[in-house]
Design a protein around this ligand. Structure first.
Ligand code: ASP
Ligand code: MG
Length: 455
């Protein structure tokens, strides 16, 4: 029988009571599962900040370890009544925290954070979650075993911080390691290089870990538990009348993530495409209800295109490089992209005209990119103008690009409100059409666009 990979993310691990909901859900499945967990909510950020602080401040190391010990102790107290069992569980947690302690000491004494240590340290959020869940499941009489990526052979391409899984190397060992009919608990967010070093899979990457594992074992489905009601036609915080979307194609899900929907990591569907493994989204606040709110999978288009959702992202900025003839002079773009790439700044898109090159970036990268380009100015560029406080709003649905008048309706709805459109793009993919507005206009623009299409 094929297995289900079940992923519980940070939003399912916010309070010490949350594990109770997870146990209820695992019981409801009532079958062997491969479970992938994230760090407890906020812990990866806490570790990231801690890395910097411990460089200069040795006392912060003990403070961090004590803080985490306390958190774990409270969670064990909430979930394990038997004192003897609880004490034994706490000992195991302390041993794992002791390992983390040593890495932090190492950082402090060598006075820098080497790549491979950074990835190691940040993986502890997940490593503590998997241990805690395994211990608490055992206490509840549910047969389960912790399975570490380094032990099951989840091998990466060797890149630090933002690695990809090497499926040629991983598929066979991972499927063999997880073949037994029992519950496996795997820490998400990292794999190991061929040399055995921890490599993170990018922020939010435990969705991608879970998908990669689902692909390796050719799972029946990837079940992702969140704390919201699946995908909606718009952010329900902004649009109270937003509707739930029952089905999405892989492309639609990928585009929605790319343009700001925070449900799945943008790379989640990538490993699942070939085997057509569906992704199912559930809400942990309805713990134990194994009925998906949204299913992502292969969809037949039947020639009818349908708008599924209006999404937005505020993390959008433009760096405008002006100069006479930059649009036709050779090599400028190559200089820019090489420079940014070397410094690990991701370019979301590039739009050029005769006198300007517009580089689309994630907002947090804007200042870094500007500083770099000012330091190493590409030839023919005479001024560099950063534009922040923008929002990108995307309409997502397969085949949208063939739907006549769609862009016209979008532009019309926004223009009627006197909202200034900075950019409109149709055609970058079959499934997404987008526009860029001032951040201040974003709320209104999403409202009127949603209203124009979902009456
Ligand atoms: N804990 C990691 C992060 O915060 C990975 C994840 O949550 O998916 O980025
Ligand atoms: Mg996540």
């Amino acid at each position: 029988m094929k297995k289900i990979v079940v992923k519980f993310g940070g939003s399912n691990l916010k309070t010490k009571e949350d594990i109770g909901k997870i146990i209820k859900t695992i019981r409801a499945y009532n079958r062997p599962l491969v479970i992938v967990v994230s760090a407890f909510y906020g812990i990866t950020n806490y570790l990231t900040e801690g890395l910097e602080t411990v460089l200069d401040d040795e006392t912060h190391i003990t403070a961090m370890i004590d803080f985490m010990k306390n958190l774990k102790r409270e969670t064990l107290e909430e979930n394990i009544d038997d004192e003897v069992f609880r004490a034994a569980a706490y000992e195991k947690v302390k041993i794992r925290l002791e390992q983390l302690h040593k890495f932090l000491l190492g950082i402090h004494y060598i006075g820098e954070v080497p790549d491979f240590i950074e990835d190691q340290v940040l993986s502890y959020g997940e490593k503590l979650s998997s241990l805690m869940l395994t211990l608490i499941l055992k206490y509840n009489g549910i047969d389960s075993v912790e399975a570490m990526p380094e032990d099951i052979g989840l091998v990466t391409d060797g890149a630090f911080r933002n690695a990809s899984i090497d499926f040629e190397r991983s598929t066979e060992p991972v499927s063999r390691a997880l073949s037994e009919e029992r519950i496996f608990i795997i820490p998400g967010f990292y794999g190991v290089s061929a040399e055995g070093r921890v490599n993170l899979l990018g922020r939010g990457g435990s969705d991608y870990s879970a998908a990669a594992i689902a692909s390796c074992i050719d799972a029946e489905s990837l079940d992702v538990w969140k704390d919201v009601n699946g995908y909606m036609s718009a952010d329900p915080g902004l649009i109270p009348t937003a509707r739930r979307i029952e089905n999405l194609s892989y492309n639609e899900a990928a585009e929605l993530s790319y343009f700001g929907a925070k449900i799945l990591h943008p790379r989640t569907v990538e490993p699942l495409l070939k085997q057509k493994i569906p992704v199912k989204i559930f809400n942990i606040n309805d713990a134990g209800n194994i009925h998906p709110l949204t299913v992502i999978g292969e969809q037949k288009l039947n020639g009818i295109s349908m708008l599924k959702s209006v999404t937005y992202s505020d993390s959008f900025a433009i760096l405008k490089l002006e100069g006479a003839g930059v649009g036709i002079k050779e090599g400028i773009l190559a200089e820019v992209t090489t420079l940014l790439d070397r410094n690990r700044i991701n370019i979301k898109s590039v739009v050029t005209s005769q006198t300007a090159i517009n580089i689309y970036l994630d907002s947090p990268d804007l200042t870094g990119a500007k500083t770099l380009l000012e330091k190493y100015p590409p030839h023919a560029v005479t001024s560099i103008i950063p534009q922040d406080n923008l929002s990108i709003i995307a309409l997502v649905g397969d085949g949208l690009i063939h739907s006549q008048g769609l862009a016209y309706r979008m532009i019309g709805a926004v223009a009627e409100q006197g909202i200034d459109l900075k950019i409109v793009s149709v055609g970058a993919s079959d499934s997404a059409v987008y526009c860029v507005v001032d951040r201040n206009d974003r709320e209104k623009a999403v409202m009127v666009i949603h209203e124009a299409f979902f009456k």
